[in-house]
Structures are given as structure tokens and as C-alpha cells.
Design a protein around this ligand. Structure first.
Ligand SMILES: C[S@@+](CC[C@H](N)C(=O)[O-])C[C@H]1O[C@@H](n2cnc3c(N)ncnc32)[C@H](O)[C@@H]1O
Length: 254
């Protein structure tokens, strides 16, 4: 595995993110982005149920039950999916993300077992202290999807949720995923295909374009679902965003 360039508060940086990069990255905005992701993924009692349960269930269904697999989530945000995988599958897990603020929250909550403060305030929910039991076997690091820190053919499973349509350099990221996956390794995506740029719609939509690209890279399609529904709660009153998600599972063949 690549050596980190530096570390900040025990988060290894595999990409030399500059101060200008920090300022430009919307996912470094703590109040609007990190707290929203924290509420969504770590504060189940606000919603009575975990809003992304169907995403995590589908990804876990695709994973073989072999212990000790090397599994990484790319774009892990505050880490709920990769922590669930690490817990259930007793795997060697990495959660990678380009946002230091997301990773700080993930590391404090899952690895260090610290209490996280979630302010209610403008969002209409109560102030909360969130905590869980520690998962010391879980690792978090800062990396770009297009420059993964793993050696060639070292990962058994790569997964991502709500990342694909946010990538600036999608083709580079997919080639990187192919590089680091072992032969017969699994690539699992859940995505709402909610691209933000015309060029990205043209390049990857409909899903068949993405599938054809991955087949050319050396993957076979195992499953393609279009019925993964996610409701993202917005406030305590129950206002929600509905996300129509695709689930795509591939195996590396060459
Ligand atoms: C919409 S959030 C999704 C977070 C979480 N996976 C989920 O399902 O809610 C997108 C995440 O991808 C990360 N991200 C965006 N571009 C990235 C890149 N090029 N490489 C790695 N992570 C990236 C962001 O920092 C953010 O945490």
C-alpha cells in the first residue's frame, strides 16, 4: 500500500490536498455537508429507521461471507456502510474519501469511539450526542477515487454509494478500481445517477453506457437493479427527498 504523504489528526493523506483544494471542495463544509451526512447516517433515532438501509442491505447481500477479505469503500463519507461491512464480515476494511472533514467525523465515531455532537438548531431536531462501540480494525484515509493508495490486484471488493455521479474524472476512477481489484474481485455501486454536468450525463447515462465501459475495461455484469429506493429525510417534520437508485454489481474477469 502507498505510504501516506502526511497525516492530520490520525487521518493519513494519500493525496496532497492543498488549502486551495480544501476551499473549493463543497464536502469540506462542516455545517451544510458533514452535519447533514452525520444526521442521515448516524442518527437513526431521529428517523426511527436508518434511511439508507436498502442500500447497505443490497451491498452486503453481494458480498461473500469469507472472513479476512480486503474491502474498501470509495467516497465513504461518515463511514456507515464500510463500518457495517467491517462489523458483519470481519474484513480488513478501508474507508476512503476526498473530504477530510467527513473522515474526521468517521474516525472519531467509528474508530476512536468518541461522542459526536449533532446540533439540532435550524433543522428542527433536538441536539444529540451520538456514540457507538469502537471498531479498531477499520481504517480511514484521504484519497481521490482516481488515485487509490492500494497496490495492484490487492482488493477483494470495492464499493461505493452516491459517489459515481459526483466524480469529475469518472473514467480515471473506474480504471483505478480495475487496477487495484484482484482477479474475480467485486465492484459494487449504488447510485442515483444524479449527474451535475451535461458532459457527465452524456458520458454515463443511461446505465448501459457505464456498463459497456466497464465491460470494455474487463468486468462482467452480475446484477443490475433499478428499484433501490432511498428517502433522504430533511427535517423532523418528515419532509424528504426521494432518490431512485441503481444497484450495479460487477466481477473482474480480465
Ligand atoms: C454524496 S456524498 C455520499 C456519501 C456516502 N457514501 C453516502 O452514501 O451518503 C459523496 C462523497 O464522496 C466524496 N467524494 C467526492 N469526490 C470524490 C473523489 N474524487 N474521490 C473520493 N471521494 C470523493 C465526498 O467527499 C463525499 O463524502
Amino acid at each position: 500500500m502507498k505510504k501516506p504523504i502526511r497525516s492530520r489528526h490520525q487521518i493519513p493523506f494519500f493525496y496532497d490536498k492543498s488549502e486551495a483544494d480544501f476551499r473549493q471542495d463543497p464536502y469540506e463544509r462542516f455545517d451544510s455537508m458533514v452535519l447533514r451526512q452525520t444526521a442521515l447516517h448516524l442518527a437513526d433515532e431521529l428517523w426511527e429507521t436508518y434511511p439508507f438501509q436498502s442500500v447497505n442491505d443490497w451491498i452486503l447481500e453481494q458480498c461473500p461471507r469469507t472472513k479476512g477479505l480486503h474491502i474498501a469503500e470509495i467516497g465513504c463519507g461518515v463511514g456507515r456502510l464500510i463500518a457495517t461491512i467491517a462489523e458483519r464480515l470481519e474484513a480488513q476494511c478501508w474507508g476512503l474519501d476526498y473530504s477530510y472533514q467527513m473522515l474526521r467525523q468517521a474516525q472519531a465515531y467509528w474508530v476512536e469511539g468518541k461522542k459526536i455532537h449533532l446540533p439540532g438548531g435550524d433543522r428542527g431536531w433536538m441536539d444529540m450526542e451520538l456514540s457507538t462501540s469502537r471498531l479498531p480494525q477499520l481504517n480511514f484515509g484521504l484519497a481521490k477515487a482516481s488515485e487509490l493508495p492500494f497496490d495492484e490486484e490487492t482488493q477483494d471488493i470495492l464499493c461505493s454509494s452516491f459517489l459515481l455521479d459526483r466524480l469529475e474524472q469518472g473514467a480515471l476512477a473506474l480504471a483505478e478500481m480495475h487496477r487495484v481489484l484482484r482477479p474475480a474481485g467485486l465492484l459494487l455501486f449504488v447510485s442515483p445517477f444524479n449527474f451535475q454536468k451535461k458532459a457527465h450525463w452524456d458520458q454515463w447515462y443511461p446505465a448501459e453506457k457505464l456498463i459497456a465501459h466497464l465491460v470494455q475495461l474487463g468486468f462482467e455484469l452480475l446484477e443490475h437493479r433499478e428499484d433501490l429506493e432511498v428517502f433522504e429525510p430533511l427535517d423532523r417534520h418528515g419532509n424528504k427527498i426521494y432518490w431512485k437508485c441503481s444497484g450495479l454489481a460487477f466481477r473482474k474477469t480480465s
